[in-house]
Design a protein around this ligand. Structure first.
Ligand SMILES: Cc1cc2nc3c(=O)[nH]c(=O)nc-3n(C[C@H](O)[C@H](O)[C@H](O)COP(=O)(O)OP(=O)(O)OC[C@H]3O[C@@H](n4cnc5c(N)ncnc54)[C@H](O)[C@@H]3O)c2cc1C
Length: 306
């Protein structure tokens, strides 16, 4: 059986995408997790999500920019996203990855690029979430986020923390002092035991611990998970502490547990769906396969159907 870390390893090899895209059927399958290759398809997907009572977060996929020049087109794409949100009236904010803006080329470049996007979001009263990537860039991501947050409002820029990292509870405490809006997720990258819990049960325990810290802070945070145990723990803790349903939001990924997404929205919870689109879907798609072995079966079955 192909393992989670093997799939994450394969996710880092964009070259394999060429192989994958030779199969027409493969592209069809990606639409389960990716809203399309262009912005109009993503807007259409978000309209449907909004109609089911959920808000969205736009994500343009491109983690592998190779030059400072390329980061400029990412900035333009995000300015287009913010403009489209306003002109179409869809209910969405935006999620960015700093690698997309040049973090691995020069952190200062990533900061400057992200600043352009956050400034435009602030002008439009919208919000930009800085996604969290691999542990090699955790500190750099937090540092850039803090600079952005010093310049822009609580409701204009937020960050993500991953419960599989040992450092996360402490990071959450520090960021809450600013304060900051945090999305807590489990973490999607392959991390060594020096920095991350090797056992899922410890990641889950830490998730609950951080979730409680966030919900008790009085700041509006994002509880990102498809795990019914994490959702139940959140619902119970909020009820027990008298924390209103409008004091936080649940977040899930496009195409994952759609039943649970609409159920939570129907139950009166704020539910946000993360909607990725773009030509560079390969690493994102592979991480989604890594999260759930049954997804590999889904791919195999549909490849042979297609
Ligand atoms: C809105 C959002 C934003 C995110 N942002 C980031 C980020 O910035 N950085 C980062 O490292 N990670 C991010 N993630 C990914 C996250 O870290 C996890 O990898 C992912 O959410 C799976 O963890 P889980 O909490 O759903 O629990 P798990 O224990 O992995 O899964 C619980 C159950 O959820 C269902 N499920 C989970 N994943 C899938 C899937 N891919 N396909 C089908 N069913 C599935 C299955 O039923 C599974 O049994 C984000 C996740 C969400 C929902």
């Amino acid at each position: 059986m192909i393992t989670r870390s093997a799939l994450i390893y394969l996710s880092q090899h964009e070259g394999l995408k060429d192989f994958a895209t030779r199969f027409k059927a493969f592209k069809k399958i990606t639409t389960r997790f990716v809203a399309g290759e262009d912005i109009d398809e993503a807007v259409e997907a978000i309209r449907k999500i909004n109609a089911s009572g959920c808000s969205a977060s736009f994500d343009h996929l491109n983690e592998s920019v190779g030059s400072a020049e390329e980061t400029k087109s990412e900035v333009s794409e995000y300015l287009r996203i913010l403009e489209q949100i306003d002109s179409t009236g869809i209910n969405s904010n935006a999620s960015i990855k700093l690698s997309q803006f040049g973090l691995e080329i020069d952190p200062e470049l990533a900061y400057k690029n992200a600043r352009v996007v956050v400034e435009e979001a602030a002008r439009r009263n919208n919000f930009v979430r800085v996604d969290m990537e691999g542990s090699a860039v955790t500190q750099a991501t937090i540092d850039i986020f803090k600079r952005l947050r010093a310049e822009f409002g609580l409701n204009n820029v937020g960050i993500v923390l991953q419960s599989y990292l040992y450092r996360t509870h402490e990071d959450a405490q520090e960021l809450l002092k600013i304060p900051a809006r945090i999305r807590i997720c489990k973490g999607a990258y392959s991390e060594p035991p020096e920095v991350a819990y090797p056992e899922k049960k410890d990641t889950d325990e830490n998730y609950v611990r951080v979730m409680k810290l966030l919900l008790s802070s009085g700041v509006y945070h994002g509880i990102a998970t498809h795990d019914p145990k994490m959702i139940e723990a959140t619902v119970q803790f909020a009820q027990q502490e008298g924390i209103g349903k409008d004091a936080f939001e649940f977040q899930m990924l496009y195409g994952v547990r759609r039943d649970l997404q609409t159920q939570l929205a129907r139950d009166g919870y704020n539910m946000r769906v993360y909607v990725p689109y773009g030509k560079h879907w390969y690493p994102y798609f592979m991480r989604r396969l890594a999260e759930r072995p049954a997804n590999i079966w889904f791919v195999t079955k549909n490849l042979f159907k297609g």
